[in-house]
Design a binder for this molecule. Sequence first.
Ligand SMILES: *Cc1c(COP(=O)(O)O)cnc(C)c1O
Length: 231
Amino acid sequence: MSDIETRFRALQDQIRQAELHAHRPPGSVTLIAVSKTRPVAEILALAHTGQRHFAENYLQESIPKIQACANADLIWHFIGRIQSNKTKEIARHYAWVHSIDGFPVAAALNKHRPPSLPPLNVCVQINIHQEPRKGGVSLQEWPELALSISKLPNLFLRGIMVMSPEHSTLVQQHSCFAKAREALLSLKPTIPLLDTLSMGMSGDLVPAIMEGSTMVRIGSALFGVRDPSQK
Ligand SMILES: *Cc1c(COP(=O)(O)O)cnc(C)c1O
């Protein structure tokens, strides 16, 4: 087995164990491979082992990669900061966007989603602790923003993306992820189709799954540690 396949199998085991431990059905957590900075050859190697969901942070970098993988039938997720002049391309090339951080971005994605494609699946990024280096809206802004987005015909509001605070303890990670879960549940009576908690990365996937994550976004634990000069 290649290194990447070995890491992929180990990660699948780890996710399965965490699901069991959390008394959740096997397969309730979707693994998204974060392929930022990684070459097409590695994406295709992983796709060959059966991985279908991939995520990118930087639009420019991602488009040639998405095009090069067109025959592999992959599902692409955009998880980076969204500049308003990039919404047109994002709306054309992606199936999911996790990093919605305000109504203008949502409205622009809605406007640019090609009619030939199904609605774009979106999550609102919540910045629970209002960390300046991260994007996202506050917990207080979530209900009103979610209601407005849920009315846009070319978007399908699925849920929330969060990241635990930098250098946080396990207890702080649990608390952050539990807040996201509560925010999702609080709106489910109003927007019944909400079903997604995009939370958990290489360093905190177990607490995320314990708190109800449905999508973990994993980069370094799959592909190896990234060059520190690149994010
Ligand atoms: C880079 C990135 C990830 C993956 O991080 P790892 O620690 O390498 O698993 C997940 N989510 C977002 C938003 C990212 O930018």
